[in-house]
Structure formats: C-alpha cells, structure tokens
Design a protein around this ligand. Sequence first.
Ligand code: FES
Length: 106
Amino acid sequence: MGHITFVEHDGAEHQVDIVEGKSLMQIAMDNGVPGIDADCGGECACGTCHVIIDNSWKRAVGDARDDELRMLEMTPERAESSRLSCQIQISDVMDGMIVHLPEFQM
Ligand code: FES
C-alpha cells in the first residue's frame, strides 16, 4: 500500500495510507491530519480544505475545474499549485506524494 505525506506549516509531517477512490480530504480527515476543516463536507462550497500540492506532483492530481478555481480565488494563502483537497480523487499514482498544508484555512 502506498502513502501520501501531509506537511504542516511548521514542518510537522503526517504519513497517510492511500485509499483508492477516496478524496484527499477524506483520507486526511480519517487519519486526524490537522489543518483541514472541510466545513461543507466535500461539496466544493467552502474552501476550507485548501492544500498546496508539492510542485513535483502537480501532474499526478490533474487540473482543477472552474468551480474549484473560483473557490480558490478566495483563499488567502493561495499558491500556484493550490487545490481543494475534496476535489482530488486518490489513486495509486499518488504514492509518495507530498501535500503542504496552509497556515490557516478561510
Ligand atoms: S470541503 Fe468544502 S470545499 Fe472542500
């Protein structure tokens, strides 16, 4: 089984097993990774599941849809590789992926 590493703003790391078919937000929440609020439960309507995908893994997660991009525009710590973690479906190709957490959610 593969894993994904979440890195908090202060550098603390959390390694989480890949569960294919779940969202990145779901596996973070299921494993108690701090820093993701996910207030809307994964409906792309709150922006509180913001993460920053490590640049070397941007291709693995694909492109954001327009509704996700609109939500990300409101995110204060937005970076070039920002995504909403509820909109990323986990797959085996993400084994070893690094995901950075912002200091704050909206
Ligand atoms: S959980 Fe609300 S936008 Fe992702």
